[in-house]
Design a protein around this ligand. Structure first.
Ligand code: MRU
Length: 351
């Protein structure tokens, strides 16, 4: 193993599935102060972990959805195939509804759902269960590969001394591997390239402050945290050479849903002439959504804005608008860093 490979293998993991078919996640709501691994034992628990963002980030929730479906079936292997199939379909629909924007969740669950529905009807529940478990493992393993490839392609864009800005967390903890937006940084840094990473805090849930800063810092990347409102000034100062963020769903024309605040970053980047990249796997591209207008943006509860860590910071009865994501227009995106290489405009992914 090369030195660079060795370093990359130390990056923390969002989730794992063990040889006894047990599924574990790192509870990301507790970061950066506590590192708590939690076993997921039921369908409801996995739903809640996804909804509450204990496990989060588009590829990671896809994998969590697949493993979640598998563990929800573990205690029903004595059923006849028909009722077992009904259970698979019911649980798959339920888990898919835990978060609406990241397409990876419904994509991964549909892969299992399709296998179940075309499985020979004379099989046993045990046989179908084994097939679904193996498919969930394949989804996870191929995400590990994909992240590495995104890292390789994206690392080519970073030059010695650059300032690289990111928002939210599209790192290892948002995927099964080394991340999407952070993967190029990890690969470049592990090979000795030196640059400055900037992590925007990402209000309201602070994924940038709590998770990206934690991940990058742990790896030794030179990281500076900024308040979300600082990004445009940072660009004006000439300290940002490139912005790279992840994606929750990319429409066929390249319009991209990602963490709220992404669109304003991209608009500012255009103004200041800073290249703006989306790093994502092909599983995040939804060719069924023609444009951003087809993407459902998740709205979350008002308490996420009114309280910070249980501390009330605004009147309890204030009206709140709290979309978790926004949609960035394709015209603002310099390229998509994918496992197949960097895709440049004009975008038409179904071609
Ligand atoms: O609400 P979150 O924390 O799940 O939002 C995550 C993001 O917006 C990420 O950028 C996106 O899912 C890509 S993760 C590789």
């Amino acid at each position: 193993m090369s030195k660079s490979e060795e370093r990359l293998s130390t990056i923390p993991k969002a989730l794992y599935f063990d040889e006894d078919d047990r599924f574990f996640i790192l509870d990301q709501t507790k970061l950066p102060t506590q590192e708590i691994i939690e076993e997921q034992k039921s369908l409801e628990q996995v739903y809640e972990s996804i909804y509450k963002l204990k496990v989060r980030g588009a590829p990671a929730i896809g994998i969590a959805g697949a493993y979640g479906l598998v563990i929800s079936l573990k205690n029903s292997l004595d059923l006849e195939i028909e009722p077992f199939l009904k259970l698979v379909n019911k649980n798959a629909r339920y888990l898919s509804s835990s978060r609406p924007t990241a397409v990876n969740l419904s994509w991964a669950i549909k892969r299992l759902f399709d296998i179940a529905n075309s499985f020979p009807k004379n099989s046993t529940a045990k046989e179908l269960y084994a097939k679904l478990r193996d498919e969930a493992i394949v989804i996870h393993q191929s995400d590990i590969q994909t992240c590495r490839q995104i890292g390789e392609h994206g690392a080519e864009l970073i030059k010695e001394g650059d300032g690289v800005l990111t928002l939210c967390n599209a790192g290892a903890l948002a995927t099964g591997g080394i991340g999407t937006a952070l993967a190029p940084m990890y690969v470049a840094w592990s090979r000795g390239l030196r640059f400055k990473a900037y992590s925007s805090e990402t209000r309201p849930l602070l994924q940038g402050a709590r998770i990206t800063c934690w991940e990058l810092n742990k790896f030794g990347v030179d990281t500076t945290m900024i308040a979300d409102s600082v990004s445009s000034y940072l660009m004006k100062l000439g300290r940002v050479d490139m912005i790279v963020v992840g994606a929750d769903r990319v429409a066929n024309n390249g319009d991209t849903a990602n963490k709220i605040g992404t669109s304003s970053l991209a608009i500012n980047a255009k103004f200041y002439g800073v290249p703006f990249y989306i790093a994502c796997p092909y599983s995040t591209i939804d060719t069924n959504s023609k444009s951003g207008a087809d993407i459902v943006v998740e709205e979350r509860g008002k308490e996420e804005l009114i309280y910070i860590k249980g501390q009330q910071i605004a009147p309890k009865d204030i009206k709140v608008f709290n979309p978790a994501f926004d949609v960035t227009d394709n015209s603002l995106i310099s390229g998509f860093i994918t496992e197949k290489g960097i895709i440049r405009p004009p975008y038409n992914f179904s071609k």
